[in-house]
Ligand binder design. Structure first.
Ligand code: M6R
Length: 620
């Protein structure tokens, strides 16, 4: 949710900043902008919409700046307009700020600054931060006139000290509530980028005579090999050959840089047209890599067996697709281990005074490991003394640093906003945990963890293209599509509906098939489309009754199922591989994900960047 970048070095800063920003566009694409310092002058350029609009504007313009900050925005405060796009400037236009996060008390600060005569041009909380920083830096500084004079007469050599700028940054931060990763340029410091971080991600990249800052490691791929993930409260500055990191008391610290493990080809399209297409294809290998790595590194054995031997209450909390993975886990744990599981949307969990205590084991699932809703639940669980376990895909994420134990998923970077391979990897990791608990509690489960590999690979022999192309023609102009299933299939229907709605903008709703007759059947009319998922042996008869009920209302049923003989009952049948009943999620989800992808294309939409969404949701 918003990506920020900073570059200082010997090369032209603007093309490098744009390149790094491109790798962060998954964090937001409502607008893009950058600020640079060039021979004492500060330039700010912003464009609404995707980064390509900013790229096009700057194409063929050579600006000899060697220091720049950039931003790609997911709008929180204020519409996607040029005025609201970052960077934002202070009242005297001597500093510019890019920001990821939310300043919660921006409104009251804005009022105070307005009372002091400061004027605002945007609706954003970030402009308030910039104006406040400018106020703290200059208006209260007896040397301000000297400084200001310098910028009107470039012959002056007067500079406000970096120490003073850091102090003003620290004061500003102490006056703001909320979350932030900020990068700041100050006129007169053509060779310095100031930064600060609290709860929003910010990393530093160390190069040879050049340094970077960014929201995430993909931005640094191909430019530097080492990064440092800033801790909450840290601030400092980067120069061409120097990195200074201070703690919240402005005491200098010694950051330890790590090697970036992601490879450049992992964040490139290669022969694929879209990341969603590439990532759906990587589903099986993501599951296998996850399970193998957990086994090879003895990840589960790091969690003491005793905590699963005694009585405990188990909670699963997550958002969106990650929550749907959690729902599958709840189903399997209750069905196979006979242990009750409490499951909550992270955005609800916090506010319902959850029943957690020191006997609780809380599982948090998050691809990014930085989803604000889920992170606040981790904080709450820790306060209550619960054991916390995170399933995350992004190494060194904030969630990893907060929990007691991490079970990593090994899907590799997931770039498309719609989560596909990470969902399957999460299932792989969750099934591994179920298997581990079963062994500790001497329970025999109805699936063999070694068969997960086979289930994940089962789609390899299936080519869904022809059937799915026909189905896309059938559904692409629909306004509403209903998804139905029973038991485990209903949970899969929820995920399939989310996938289709987020990339196609068709209203999709998942319903338990047996519930239709209790109200929702009123929505089913002639020719409307119902997608049914049926993978469980013991549900075939009951589900067929529901399919007949839908057929009787003249609706078209599209069935995703491994049972070939059901074709005669439906308008279209996608035959899926038959695997162990408990392992069906690994087999049936791929064609449903492809259906969503193909429908987005048929509606001329960009499946990788659905409107209004961003990959990492770092605001609550
Ligand atoms: O990074 P997380 O797994 O915590 O993200 C959670 C959701 O925001 C995410 O799964 C979202 O629902 C996806 N866009 C769905 O495809």
């Amino acid at each position: 949710m918003c990506g920020i970048v900073g570059y200082i070095g010997n090369h032209l800063a603007i093309p490098i900043t744009l390149k790094c920003l491109a790798a962060l566009e998954y964090r937001g694409y409502d607008s893009a902008g950058l600020a640079y310092l060039d021979s004492g002058n500060m330039g700010v350029v912003k464009r609404v919409g995707k980064l390509e609009n900013l790229n096009n504007f700057l194409k063929n313009k050579i600006i000899p700046a060697s220091c720049a900050i950039g931003h790609t925005r997911w709008a929180t405060h204020g519409k996607a307009t040029v005025e609201n796009a970052h960077p934002h400037t202070d009242a005297n236009s001597v500093l510019s700020v890019v920001h990821n996060g939310i300043i919660e008390n921006y409104d009251s600060i804005k009022k105070e600054l307005k009372d002091k005569g400061i004027k605002f041009y945007s609706e954003t909380d970030t402009e308030v931060f910039a104006k406040l920083l400018g106020y703290n830096l200059f208006s209260q500084n007896p040397d301000f006139d000297k400084y200001y004079a310098m910028h009107n007469s470039l012959h002056s050599t007067y500079k406000i000290s970096k120490k003073h700028i850091l102090k003003a940054l620290n004061t500003t931060i102490s006056q703001c509530n909320g979350t932030y990763a900020v990068a700041v340029l100050v006129k007169g410091y053509d060779d310095t980028i100031f930064f600060a971080k609290y709860k929003s991600p910010l990393i530093l990249g160390k190069g040879q005579d050049e340094n970077f800052l960014a929201s995430d490691t993909p931005a640094l791929l191909g430019v530097v090999s080492k990064f440092y993930s800033l801790k909450d409260g840290e601030c400092g500055y980067i120069e061409k050959g120097k990195i200074v990191v201070c703690d919240e008391n402005l005491k200098q610290t010694k950051p330890i840089f790590k090697k970036i493990s992601v490879k450049p080809e992992q964040v490139m399209l290669g022969s694929f047209k879209h990341f969603m297409q590439k990532e759906i294809e990587q589903g099986a290998e993501s599951v296998i890599n996850t399970i193998d790595r957990i086994k090879k590194l003895g990840i589960l054995e790091r969690i003491p067996a005793q905590i699963f031997e005694k009585n405990f209450n188990l909670h699963i909390t997550a958002c969106g697709t990650a929550l749907h993975a959690g729902m599958v886990a709840k189903y399997i744990i209750e069905n196979q281990l006979r242990i009750p599981v409490f499951l909550d949307y992270a955005s609800e969990f916090r506010y319902k005074e959850p029943l957690i205590n020191a006997e609780s084991i809380c599982l948090f699932i998050s691809q990014s490991g930085e989803t604000a809703d889920t992170l606040s639940c981790v904080e709450l669980a820790k306060q209550k003394g619960a054991t916390t376990i995170a399933f995350t895909n992004v190494p060194a994420s904030r969630m990893e640093s907060m929990v007691d134990y991490v079970i990593p998923t090994s899907a590799g970077p997931e770039i498309a906003v719609a989560s596909t391979k990470a969902y399957l990897a999460q299932l792989g990791a969750l099934y591994s945990l179920v298997d581990y608990i079963a062994k500790i509690r001497h329970i025999t489960v109805n699936f063999n963890i070694d068969n997960v590999r086979l289930a994940a690979l089962s789609n390899a022999k299936f080519n869904y293209d022809e059937t799915l192309n026909e189905i896309v023609e059938l559904i692409k102009n629909e306004e509403s599509i209903y998804f139905v299933g029973r038991g485990l299939d209903y949970i899969l229907a929820m995920e399939a509906a989310l996938k289709l709605k987020e990339v196609s903008y068709i209203h999709c709703e998942a319903l338990p098939a047996g519930e239709l007759k209790h109200g929702s059947l009123a929505l089913i009319k002639r020719d409307c489309v119902v997608i049914a998922i049926l993978t469980q042996d013991d549900l075939v008869e009951k589900m067929l009754n529901n399919i007949h009920e839908i057929n009787s209302r003249g609706a078209k049923v599209i069935l995703f199922s491994p049972y070939a003989d059901l074709e005669k009952f439906v308008s279209a049948h996608v035959l899926t591989p038959q695997v162990d009943n408990m392992l069906e999620p690994f087999a049936v989800m791929k064609p449903l994900q492809i259906l969503a992808y193909k429908t987005a294309l048929a509606r001329n939409l960009d499946p990788d960047k659905p409107r209004n969404l961003a990959k990492s949701v770092t605001v609550e």
